[in-house]
Design a protein around this ligand. Structure first.
Ligand code: FES
Length: 104
């Protein structure tokens, strides 16, 4: 899958106060998450009951938490920490010399 450049720096991305934001890449909506100066990317919709992940938050343990039923998902591999059957799609991100890229 190809990588798409999405920003020069993390500061040029319009994150909400919860360090999440919706972002369109190659006509696909994804969610970007900022944690410890790292960029993560995941599916826009929760795999449980399709709520928008951009309205969730990042927990102190580094999980992205869905706003509807508080299920927690790993930002590294998307595994749900509450119910094994659910997995959030995670997109690979990469910091290069000229900015941040995501593989879609
Ligand atoms: S819709 Fe996300 S946890 Fe239920």
């Amino acid at each position: 899958m190809p990588f798409y450049k999405i920003a020069e720096t993390l500061y040029s991305i319009d994150f909400q106060e919860n360090d999440l934001c919706s972002f369109i890449v190659n006509d696909k909506e994804i969610v970007l998450a900022k944690k410890d100066n790292q960029l993560f990317a995941c599916a826009a919709i929760c795999p449980h009951a399709s709520f928008p992940m951009k309205d969730g938050y990042i927990s102190s343990k580094g999980f992205i938490v869905c706003p509807k039923h508080d299920y927690q998902f790993s930002l590294l591999h998307g595994r749900c920490m509450n119910v094994e059957d659910y997995k959030l799609k995670i997109y690979k991100t990469e910091k290069r010399d000229d900015g941040w890229y995501v593989e879609i």
